[in-house]
Design a protein around this ligand. Structure first.
Ligand code: XCC
Ligand code: SF4
Length: 620
């Protein structure tokens, strides 16, 4: 029987090994959970106070209210707001760490990082109203970091990057009262409103959800992206290799997994250390092979072309190759299962963030102040571990696929010759029909990568330029869609543009916080055309999403005016009121709205229909 758990040949091979070895993975645990709780699936259970837990009967036979009297609509809306708040908090706390690092570098307290993109630093300073005249780079960085930290609890009443959006968008947000006032404030208010006995109006709750999500997209995530570029360099097109075949039979394999570039950048640096490379050789290894996974993998593949071993559902599979000396993690998307699994091999599971500890992990605290030394120590431990590798248990799939990534806004502009005009022209004359942003995770509810790859292919074939981030982009890397040669899979118009510019039809724009790059492009396109973001022939999709961060992303993309298709169901179907708000009324309120479509081909059709409707409204 065909194994439908993944379309990735390496995943399928590793799942076979897992079965032979009697090891469980997320797919097994997912099966063991089925049938999953119906109340949970519909969003109808509440644990917000200790008179509960309460659950609302979706069929109308059982209780229709919680102990406090909360209806299904209220419970669903509150639960959704909490999901958004958690997602926004995760992205924004990542942004805060990057901002703190910039502040420390500027103050001379942190010595292992430097400022790699002075132009971007100056451009951001101007945006924040900081004069650069007569100031040193350190001084500008200090002022910018202070201004950026201020965004988390700002008292000026709006976030700086809101000025990037067209005025029409700002007006819409202003009228609805959803201009985010401060990053932390919106998350705190979400928690307050969902505490017992506060906000019990579904629409009011959802509107705050949009505001909270906007503080992520145009706030926390945006700062994470922009200030990472300042510190680590703005990505430029770069070539590399992807999938589990990037693991080496001979070298010390170190997998870095998680999200923040602060750790992964330093590991990249330390892995080049000649002393450590000879230490690895002294242990009989061919060298040091640092590879990435998930979004921290995206960060270093965007900036350095570091090989990426896979996306979310491959984290356990990488361990099962038996070839990993260490899995090094920071925060987010790290399965707690890794500890037990790593113990079945010689693999060391190393946690580094005080915020994220795991059973079975060795904790090596990483902080910005002794970053390089800690990174070296981590690599040393991996090297020490190399002789413990049991060569008889090593199985590394052969497949690797090359990718070209690194499409920051700046890189796209420079490919276009400095302005967005050629892109706008290509859209106007229908060579490019529109743009679709495909983002988000893997989820064992979906055949791994099936939705990502098929949607991307269906869209480019119909001349829709696809831009991607996160695990979606890694899926495309593995499927060969990030290569300029993939233009042959594109429709004639898109293929012509790709060939003229030498770019792939699917552009990798980075990690999930880098969806802020997508927002920036959308806002700039709208300005160039003199319209609102909602008027653009543009759509979003999260074909295999699983995390709360993805919910926050979906919400800010919709709130920014962009139609978004979800490939797994949001737990809101227990409330017609909330479902209607998100899939219908949102269109009138903010221009963007959600659709749920689990079939990637139908989802692509929805996007194409949306793009065509926007084109004709624009008269192009
Ligand atoms: Fe995580 Fe960012 Fe989702 Fe992948 S795409 S599973 S959130 S790593 Ni962000
Ligand atoms: Fe039940 Fe209301 Fe308490 Fe929720 S807040 S657990 S619905 S009593």
């Amino acid at each position: 029987m065909k194994d439908t758990r993944s379309i990735d040949p390496t995943s399928l091979q590793m799942l076979k090994v897992a079965r032979e070895e009697g090891l469980e993975t997320a797919w097994d645990r997912y099966l063991a959970q089925r049938p999953q709780c119906g109340f949970g699936e519909l969003g109808l259970c509440c644990r917000n106070c200790n008179m509960g837990p309460c659950r609302i009967d979706p069929f109308g036979d059982g209780p229709q209210k919680g102990v406090c009297g909360a209806t299904g609509d209220i419970v669903v809306a509150r639960n959704l707001l909490r999901m958004i708040a958690a997602g926004a908090a995760a992205h924004s706390d990542h942004g805060r760490d990057v901002t703190e690092t910039l502040r420390g570098v500027a103050a001379g307290e942190i010595k292992d990082y430097t400022i790699k993109d002075e132009n971007k630093l100056k451009a951001l300073a101007l945006e924040f109203g900081i004069s650069t005249e007569g100031k040193t780079v350190q001084e500008i960085a200090g002022k910018l970091a202070e201004a950026a930290l201020e965004e988390f609890g700002t008292r000026k009443g709006y976030l700086q990057a809101i000025d990037r959006v067209p005025s029409k968008r700002k007006e819409i947000w202003g009228k609805l009262g959803i201009i985010p006032r401060g990053i932390d404030r919106e998350v705190v208010e979400a928690m307050h409103r969902t505490h017992f006995g506060v906000d019990n109006d579904p629409a009011n709750l959802i509107l705050h959800g949009l505001r909270c999500s906007l503080s992520d997209g145009w706030g926390g995530s945006l700062l994470a992206t922009e200030l990472s570029d300042v510190l680590f360099g703005t990505p430029r097109p770069v070539r590399g290799r992807s999938n589990l075949g990037v693991l080496s039979k001979e070298a010390v394999n170190i997998l870095v997994h998680g999200h923040e570039p602060i750790l992964s950048e330093m590991l990249v640096e330390a892995a080049k250390d000649p002393g450590l490379i000879s230490a690895a050789r002294a242990k009989g290894a061919g060298g040091i092979n640092l590879v990435g996974m998930c979004c921290t993998g995206n960060e270093i593949l965007m900036r350095h072309g570091v090989p990426v071993a896979g996306n979310f559902l491959q984290q356990e599979l990488a361990v099962i190759t038996g070839a990993l000396e260490a899995v090094v993690v920071d925060v987010q998307c790290i399965m707690p299962a890794l500890g037990q699994l790593a113990a079945c091999y010689h693999t060391k599971f190393i946690s580094t963030s005080p915020k994220a500890k795991f059973p079975g992990a060795i904790h090596i605290p990483f902080n910005e102040h002794n970053a390089l030394e800690t990174a070296r120590e981590i690599i040393r431990q991996a090297i020490e571990n190399y002789p413990n590798r049991d060569k008889n248990r090593v199985f590394i799939p052969e497949e690797t696929t090359e990718y070209v990534a690194g499409f920051s806004v700046e890189a796209i502009l420079s490919a276009l010759g400095g302005t967005l005009t050629p892109l706008v022209e290509a859209v106007k004359n229908n060579k490019i029909r529109g743009i679709a942003a495909l983002v988000g995770c893997n989820n064992p509810k979906v055949t791994q990568d099936y939705n990502h790859v098929n949607m991307a292919k269906a869209l480019i074939a119909r001349d829709v330029l696809v831009i991607e981030t996160g695990c979606a982009a890694i899926a495309s890397a593995k499927a060969g869609l990030l290569l300029p040669e993939a233009a042959e899979l594109a429709g004639a118009g898109l293929a012509e543009v790709c060939r003229a510019l030498g770019v792939p039809p699917v552009l990798h724009m980075g990690s999930c916080v880098d969806i802020s790059r997508i927002l920036t492009v959308a806002a700039a396109l709208a300005r160039e055309l003199g319209v609102d973001i909602a008027d653009l022939p543009v759509a979003g999709a999260a074909p295999e999403w699983m995390s709360e961060k993805a919910v926050s992303i979906g919400a800010y993309v919709v709130a920014s005016g962009i139609f978004t298709v979800l490939g797994t169901v949001l737990p809101v179907l227990g409330s017609n009121v909330v479902a209607d708000l998100l899939t219908r009324q949102a269109k009138d309120l903010v221009g963007g709205y959600f659709a749920v479509e689990t079939d990637p081909f139908k989802a692509a059709e929805l996007i194409i229909a949306h793009i065509d409707a926007k084109r004709s409204a624009l008269g192009i």
